[in-house]
Design a protein around this ligand. Sequence first.
Ligand SMILES: *Cc1c(COP(=O)(O)O)cnc(C)c1O
Length: 405
Amino acid sequence: MYNLDITHAPDEGGHFGKFGGRFAAETLMQPLKDIEEAFYEAWADEDFHAERLDLLKNYVGRATPLYHAKQLTAAVGGAQIYLKREDLTHTGAHKINNTIGQGLLARRMGKKRVIAETGAGQHGVATATVAAMFGMQCDIYMGREDMARQMPNVLRMRLLGANVIPVDSGTATLKDAVNEALRNWVATCEDTFYIFGTAAGPHPYPLLVRQFHTVIGQEARAQCLDQAGRLPDVAVACVGGGSNAMGLLHPFRDDASVRLVAVEAAGYGLESGQHAASLAKGKAGILHGNLTFLLEDDEGQVQGTHSISAGLDYPGVGPELAYMFEQGRLELDASTDEDAMEALQLLTRKEGIIPALESSHAIAAGARIAKSMAADQIVLINLSGRGDKDMNTVFKHLGWVEDAS
Ligand SMILES: *Cc1c(COP(=O)(O)O)cnc(C)c1O
């Protein structure tokens, strides 16, 4: 089922068109090149893939199902909606595909310690999980603000043996956690591997993360052909940094008949200024080691973002998505907090599946698109994670529990 060819690779400097690249502290240039070299070497090694694919199957639970959501389809009216069930993976979201891959790479390079950034805590949990399994020391950088909002994930990481290090700089959220993790890595790269959480960052991370997630789209493509006898007409994924989107969409890039749709977080609305829609509303600039679209204020400062889903609350976006958008291969859509909250309830009521708030942005947009299409057409939506972590936010929104904050 899995094709191991690397297509649409960036150039030697890690550029996708004008986007991407490797803008990093001088001390990190060699470690980044070492990772790139180790990655290409590992990717050409059958044993690496044998172990990776065995873990994805028996530890993560792949292949995840492709589910024809007939009740949701009937409720929406229009195209047939299929859900790629990344919510059923171990730890409950797609992120583990990437941390297994980078964890194996870290071990291969002889590193004894891994570090990572996290926002909502999902990447932190997926990293701590793999570190526990591989017996590695694990330090997770997390904004103090995010720690307060996501205490269950903080405690989960501790239980897994990881150290959660609070970050107080800036707005004490995800972008500050990335800065702090990079700062630590400058001092520790000798024995430490930085497991980056999304398809962004300096080269080779966008490539690495994409490759480790392509299992999503490759499975979905084969499953759709098998179940429906044809490819989907549209493939839809939400975008924080772009890892689940690249994972789903990349394997369909050369299928000209398949529309590729990225759904950004519109927060309180695209015109409100309080959103995280870097592609729709950002401009080109450098953030966390790569040139991409990002949200800046008039002084060129990285803008504060807002989304009800912490996992989409990031002022940048992966450089390859910026490139695909600029090339006209990627369509943009956006869902507000309210759209996502409604879609979460709709899917829950119609299918008995509680999606993550991030994924609910994709469900909302996918349903809107399906509605405008014919019943013999297919909309494939990536259900990137399950909603357990978001229950507090949802219950507060519904007024079922008191808002303690
Ligand atoms: C982290 C997360 C996202 C957003 O990250 P990407 O790198 O853009 O995929 C989306 N969905 C879930 C469930 C997540 O945990």
